[in-house]
Design a protein. Structure first.
Length: 68
């Protein structure tokens, strides 16, 4: 069973919520990039960086739980 992950960002009056399956992180990062590149979107490259960082921290915490 795939784990569903969620990242969210509140920016002014906007709330961005991204749900994705564990293992599909590259797809969600591509979605951040597409949204940040859209000149009509309030979502910018800093927002993409913040969410990418949050995703990386979550992956790091998951790896720490793996018995070594």
């Amino acid at each position: 069973m795939e784990l569903i992950r969620q990242l969210s960002l509140v920016k002014g009056k906007h709330r961005y919520v991204f749900r994705y399956q564990s293992g599909r992180e590259a797809d969600i990062i591509a979605a951040f990039a597409s949204l940040a590149a859209d000149s009509e979107s309030d979502f910018d490259w800093f927002d993409a960086a913040v969410l990418s960082y949050q995703m990386g921290r979550r992956l790091e915490m998951d790896l720490e739980k793996v018995p070594g």
